[in-house]
Design a protein around this ligand. Sequence first.
Ligand code: FAD
Length: 329
Amino acid sequence: MSPKAVWILAEQREGKVADVSYELITRGRELADQRGTELCAVILGDNLSDAELQTLIDRGCDRVLHASAPELRHFLPEPYDKCLQALIVKEQPEILIAAATSTGRTVMPCVAGPLRAGLTADCTGLQIEADTGNLLQTRPAAGGNIMATIKTPERRPQMATVRPHSTRPAPSISGRTGRIDRWQPPADLLKSRVRRVDYTPAVETQAIQDADVVVAVGRGFKKGDNVELARKLANVLDGAVGASREAVDRGWLPYPAQVGLSGKTVSPKLYIAVGVSGTVQHLAGMQTSETIIAINSDSEAPIFNYAEIGLCGDLFTLLPMLTAKIAAA
Ligand code: FAD
């Protein structure tokens, strides 16, 4: 038992340690060195291999504490919350930091609440206050206009989530040694009212807010297989594929691709709305695009009122033509 330890909440996917864990080690190692204490990585999953857990030690942890059960294979808020709380109560770490990923953002408040611990979200800087040993947690505040430094001196553990990519991953150092402890949680901690049904990685659509060109898919595509036509056009333009809510609700594209009032706001150089009618809710997410091209078979479609260039016709004819012309140019 290490009462003053610094803990990081490492993450895993499909039994492999997620890269963001190595960024947390960079943070945690600095804090542990400043405090002169042990750095421990807590990782929840289903029987991870020693070799995988050793990577956490190679990157700078002194100890790995692996809560292992089939129910912890994938992230589920209830068992993760309960197991983490039980470990904290048992071992009393001084500091616990997690990544501000969907896992960290979900589980850390659930843990901090019942423990009545302070939690600072989305930190970009962490350090130890020299005279008190308290954790100083720095994060943007007031709309990004100031950097606020926060501390929660009365309660333990001091908890923070850290913005991913705000530091470099710790490098691997061969020959580092440490301790790996495995813990099998009791059944009552593993109950969950939520069941994992499916997982779809949001790879292709993550970039819609950063892309110079967005090709938006609307209900006019008729079915998911046809989205390939938009992908081909986006590829030749080095752009990303967005979607109307109708297209997302039909499962043709994942929610992160949705543009509009209840989706993302984008402002690319070129927005190509294809088979999108141009409702106010969609316009709310793309109206500020530099140039809008609309492709629609209905000459009365409202989107034409907002487009610099309008192509009235069948998208199944126009898109392949356009893609071929641009590819050949
Ligand atoms: P439709 O309105 O059905 O338009 C399909 C278009 O495709 C039509 O204009 C049609 O002429 C054209 N078309 C059909 N066949 C072809 C063809 N072969 N070739 C070319 N064109 C063709 N919507 C969003 O998009 N984003 C949001 O964030 C959003 N948030 C909402 C929030 C709230 C609170 C509410 C109430 C609604 C929201 N909506 C949002 C939904 C919105 O009201 C519309 O239902 C949606 O935008 C319509 O999507 P669409 O243009 O793809 O479909």
